[in-house]
Write a protein that binds this ligand. Structure first.
Ligand SMILES: *Cc1c(COP(=O)(O)O)cnc(C)c1O
Length: 235
């Protein structure tokens, strides 16, 4: 895609998000756009930066690191979130380059994130990824395991990590009902967490991709993660 096309896509998607937000009776600006640049070359990210986009999402740490450290070396500012499932041995590099890890799906990962952030004396945001779709493998499958993690936060085990929200991926289907259900479950879980753990501010909902972000916005998403609609099919 040309730079012009990408800039145009950002304009269109931003308008669509604003429209979906106001149609849902929500305040315009209450849904952030995370631009998913995975598998796209660094030139595409420069085009996005030109259109004013700051927040990006990448799946794979190695790829994220090589693209965004170049961008950093060129003096451009950005905000990078890791959104793909993360192996513990990749955490060190992930916390070096990213401000947030959206795909926390197990306690062990939190232990490693805390360890690496403590070494860098850096603080990082996390989303807990919730497993709501049968065709996916990632995410906390068990609510009780998630509650154990949240209790550990309440008990001060992770001073360098701030839990900010929940993330989910809806099933890949044309069935709107199934997609909606997955977002509704995630939102209900957030409400339950807010009741059970009032000291933690788990307030954000990262839900919605190119094919389902309008439904996600109706169901309370505060951050949509969009790749294809901005950058085209992945290379
Ligand atoms: C790839 C990816 C997206 C973006 O998907 P599109 O359909 O291209 O918009 C969003 N979230 C996650 C976790 C992804 O892996």
């Amino acid at each position: 895609m040309t730079e012009e096309q990408i800039i145009d896509n950002f304009k269109n998607v931003t308008e669509q998000i604003a429209l979906a937000t106001s149609t849902a009776g929500r305040a315009v600006g209450s849904v952030k756009l995370c631009a998913v640049s995975k598998f796209h070359p660094v030139e595409d990210i420069y085009a996005a930066l030109k259109s004013g986009q700051i927040l990006f999402g990448e799946n794979r740490v190695q790829e994220a690191y090589s693209k965004f450290s170049e961008i950093q070396n060129n003096g451009k500012s950005f905000d990078l979130h890791i959104i793909g499932s993360l192996q513990s041995n990749k955490v060190k590099k992930a916390v070096e380059i990213a401000s947030c890890i959206q795909s926390v799906d197990r306690e062990e990962l939190l232990v490693e994130i805390e360890k690496q952030c403590a070494k860098l004396n850096k603080s990082i945001d996390v989303f807990f990824e919730i497993h709501t779709a049968e065709d996916s493998k990632s995410g906390y499958a068990d609510k009780d395991l998630l509650f154990v993690s949240l209790e550990n936060f309440e008990n001060g085990l992770y001073p360098h990590i701030k839990p900010v929200g929940l993330m989910t991926m809806a099933p890949f289907t044309d069935e709107e009902k199934a997609i909606r259900l997955s977002f509704q479950k995630t939102r209900a879980l957030k409400d339950e967490i807010n009741e059970k753990f009032p000291e933690l501010s788990v307030s954000q909902l990262s839900m919605g991709m190119s094919g389902d972000y309008k439904i996600a916005i109706q169901e309370g998403s505060t951050m949509v993660r969009i790749g294809t609609a901005l950058f085209g099919e992945r290379c």
